[in-house]
Design a protein. Structure first.
Length: 246
C-alpha cells in the first residue's frame, strides 16, 4: 500500500522541482508537492506568512504523512512538525537549518532580506533567475541541473518572490534551535558531501533532536534532491541514515 509524502520546495523553486524525486519514488508513495505561497501558481496569494503557509499545509496534506523539505521548505517543515504534531510520522530535511539563534544576527539578516526583496521587485524574472543562480551555496551544480532549475525559477514572479523573502526568509522566521527537543518524530538530515556549511549545521541539529541522523550524499552540493533524486527517494522510502562522523 502506498504511503503519503508531502514535499516542500525551496525559495525560488516550485513544487515541480520535486518531479525527479516523485518519479524515483514511483508507486511506493502518493506524493504531494504544492507551490508555497509567493511561488509558482501561488505567486499572487497573500498574505505570505508562516501561519498562512502552515494553514495551507494543514488543509492540503493527508491525515498522516512523511514531510520532506529543502532549504526554506525544510525550515517550514520543522515548524510544521511542531504545529501538526501526530499527523507527521517522519521528517526528511535537505540542506535545511533551524534558523538563526542570535537575535541581533537574525534582525540583521531580516533587514538584508527586506532590502533584497525591494531589489527583486525591480527585476524581471529572467534577470532575477540569472542573478540567484550565482548564489555561492549553489555553485558547482551540473549543467543539466542548472538548466532544470532555471526553467523552474521562470515559473515564478518577482513580486511573489519578494513577498516570500519578507515573510518566509531566514531572517523572518523565528529560530527553532531551542525547540528541537520537542520534535519526537524521526528526522533524516540530508546534506551533500560538498556542502560544508550545511553538513556542520546538520551535525549540530542531529545532536539536539531526540531521534535524528545525518545522510551525507557523496559528490552532491546543497540541492541534493535536484542533483541526486534517487538518493533522496531512497531516504524517503527506507529511512536510511547515519550519524555524522567525528
Amino acid at each position: 500500500m502506498a504511503r503519503d509524502v508531502v514535499l516542500l520546495h525551496g525559495f525560488t523553486h516550485t513544487g515541480a522541482s520535486w518531479d525527479p524525486v516523485v518519479a524515483a519514488l514511483g508507486k511506493r508513495y502518493r506524493s504531494l508537492a504544492p507551490d508555497i505561497r509567493g511561488h509558482g501558481s501561488r505567486s499572487e496569494l497573500e498574505p505570505v506568512t508562516l501561519a498562512a503557509v502552515l494553514d495551507d499545509l494543514a488543509r492540503q496534506a493527508p491525515e498522516r504523512f512523511t514531510l520532506a523539505g529543502y532549504s526554506m521548505g525544510g525550515r517550514i517543515a520543522l515548524h510544521a512538525a511542531l504545529a501538526l504534531g501526530p499527523r507527521i510520522d517522519r521528517l526528511v530535511l535537505i540542506g535545511a537549518s533551524s534558523g538563526i539563534a542570535d537575535v541581533a544576527e537574525r534582525e540583521a539578516r531580516r533587514a538584508d532580506d527586506d532590502a533584497f526583496a525591494d531589489e527583486i521587485e525591480d527585476l524581471d524574472i529572467e534577470a532575477f533567475a540569472r542573478r540567484w543562480a550565482q548564489t555561492p551555496v549553489l555553485a558547482g551544480q551540473p549543467p543539466a541541473v542548472l538548466a532544470a532549475v532555471h526553467a523552474d525559477r521562470l515559473r515564478n514572479r518577482p513580486a511573489g518572490l519578494a513577498r516570500a523573502l519578507r515573510g518566509l526568509g531566514t531572517g523572518a522566521l523565528p529560530s527553532l534551535w531551542d525547540r528541537l527537543g520537542e520534535i519526537a518524530v524521526p528526522v533524516a538530515l540530508v546534506v551533500g558531501e560538498c556542502d560544508a556549511k550545511f553538513r556542520a549545521i546538520a551535525g549540530e541539529m542531529a545532536a539536539a533532536l531526540p531521534d535524528a541522523a545525518v545522510v551525507v550524499v557523496p559528490g552532491a552540493g546543497h540541492a541534493v534532491h535536484l542533483e541526486t533524486p534517487d538518493a533522496v527517494a531512497g531516504v524517503i522510502s527506507t529511512g536510511l541514515a547515519r550519524r555524522p562522523e567525528g
